[in-house]
Design a protein around this ligand. Structure first.
Ligand code: PXP
Length: 238
């Protein structure tokens, strides 16, 4: 069955708006799991704009499903990952000025450094996923770099302005998922998925897991987290 992991960064964004203690992303993680989420994702950014070190450490104790630490490939983050030991690490590019992760990781042109970076993490028993654009070259490079998973960036599909653009981008996601699976990579997908555009992606058989944040937390702000997660599980199940 297709699995859903919920990104709770936006709960921390609301908390940081007042630099206070609520809403607590750990409470959101617990409720998302109670509603059936298969995993919890948090992105510890270099600038700590939303998730804090305390959140990650508490989540490690509290999350019962699968804790996915999204992070940039820096020495500091590698050190934290090896110390906290999430169930999986997802490497993403990170720019200070961006509102959210914008593009996929450049794996093809930086193969040696990616390979060196993920080695110690996977040697410690933590699988690494590379967040890549739906691009053949990047998928093949992810395999060569030794990653266990790829997460296919669905942002261009989600942001397509018309059917033609969306169909074109969707085709790239399907091809990339097929290629990744044929290379023996495990396949996730995410970014920009909502209750409508998720349905087509949920039908791609090679995709094992969807990683969704913004649309669930947006809906949760109106209807509550448990209902929002349940609604998404309904949207992705046949
Ligand atoms: N996957 C990755 C690698 C991401 O960086 C993000 C955004 O933090 C998501 C999935 C979730 O994207 P969205 O919040 O648009 O659902």
């Amino acid at each position: 069955m297709l699995r859903l992991s919920v990104n709770i960064d936006h709960i921390a964004t609301i908390r940081q708006a007042r630099r206070g203690v609520e809403p607590d992303p750990i409470a959101a993680a617990v409720l998302a799991e109670l509603a059936g989420a298969d995993g919890i994702i948090m992105h510890l950014r270099e600038d700590r704009r939303h998730i804090q070190d305390r959140d990650l450490r508490l989540a490690r104790q509290v999350v019962r499903t699968k804790l996915n630490l999204e992070m940039a490939a820096t020495d500091e983050m590698q050190h934290i990952a090896l110390d906290v030991r999430p169930d999986i690490v997802t490497l993403v590019p990170e720019k200070r000025e961006e509102l959210t992760t914008e593009g996929g990781l450049e794996v093809f042109a930086r193969m040696d450094s990616v390979k060196k970076f993920i080695g110690p993490i996977q040697d410690a028993g933590i699988p690494v996923s590379l967040f890549v654009d739906p691009d053949e070259q990047q998928i093949s490079a992810a395999k060569k770099a030794g990653a266990a998973w790829v997460e296919i960036h669905t942002g261009a599909y989600a942001n397509g302005k018309n059917d033609r653009e969306r169909n074109e981008e969707f085709g790239k996601i399907v091809e990339s998922a097929l290629l990744a699976a044929s290379l023996g990579l495990r396949v996730g997908a995410g970014h920009g998925l909502n209750y409508v555009n998720v349905k087509a992606v949920a039908r791609i058989r090679e995709v094992e897991e969807l990683n969704i944040g913004h649309s669930i937390i947006s809906r949760a702000s109106l209807v509550g987290i448990e209902r929002a997660v349940r609604d998404m599980i309904m949207a992705i199940s046949n």
